[in-house]
Ligand binder design. Sequence first.
Ligand code: PHE
Length: 369
Amino acid sequence: MNITQSILQTLDESLENITSLDQLDSLHTKYLGRNGKINELLKDLKNIPSEEKKEYGQQVNELKQSIITLIDKKRSIILNDKTGKKIDVTLPGHEYTKGSLHPVTYAIEEISGIFEKIGFIRMSYPEIDWEFFSFEALNMPSDHPARDDFETFFIKQTPHKKFGKMVLTPHTSNGQIREMMRLGKPPMRMINIGKTYRPNWDASHVPMFHQFEGLCIDKRINITHLKGTIEYFAKAYFGEDREIRLRPFHFQFTEPSFEVDITCDICKGTGYVKKSEILSSKSETNSKIIVQNSKSQTKCRLCKAGWLELGGTGMIHPNVLKAGGIDSDEYTGWAFGFGIERVMMMKPNVGLSNVRVLYDGDVRVLEQF
Ligand code: PHE
């Protein structure tokens, strides 16, 4: 074995045991450095007979090249090991799962945008508030039976001398009084969106839900403004083909009061669907439609005779204006309060038959929005 071969063999053995770049660098110095093996061999050149010098020089140079190649090869192996694996630039990239907003957040954004266009400012009033703002000031003195309509969670807390107990707001109407007090003087056009709480738990109720409260106060405001605004909202949110109606109702804080209904999307306000339509729409609507006696037509199961209930509204009661510090001889106004989950579920093609899935936190549901 000549000297070149034995050097390469020793190098090979040393390289096998090397795991870090530091170790590799010292090996590099050992062979290629100033006092390294190659330079040692070159120093010997002077002892070589002149006719063999050329060949000897060539051999040493070849050896140097082989050493450089071996060390470089090892260097790239160590570097690739560090990054875990070799990079295959032809592989497709990793797909990251994208987050999205909660469907209720989308609805809130959409509703805010619709009212912003007609000059309503968006407010967020407390979700935990004193009884005064949720009841007293809304013409429901303590022990008034109307309070029973708003089953309420109370907070364990020393009652306020003037404002009474603290509650989880059962509706967003506390925002009416707070907005009147904030501005002091009409005109006022506000939309208050917030969380509301009532102890109900079934397919269409959860104890925490959202409402949006509209409020408009100025001189000579009347029911036509109320109806026009709600109609504008209904068409913008649900679609141009939807109609609304006001149905007489009672709220302690509005007079007159109404419930707002909107035409059903499934039966288009007729209350009936053709049998042929049932078959095609059955899968889309979760079998919400049942078959009635009539041969060609069946009653729409989703709505009440063509109409779906949106929520409550009315002209603000003078006592409420007074409680908010507004002169009820000079100003009039209207208000409404609708449930966000409710309007969301009534939107065409949303296909949610149980409100609770919105709050189960199951990504399989949420990622569909
Ligand atoms: N606060 C009422 C409710 O939660 C809705 C409503 C708001 C009715 C404003 C009239 C005026 O049912």
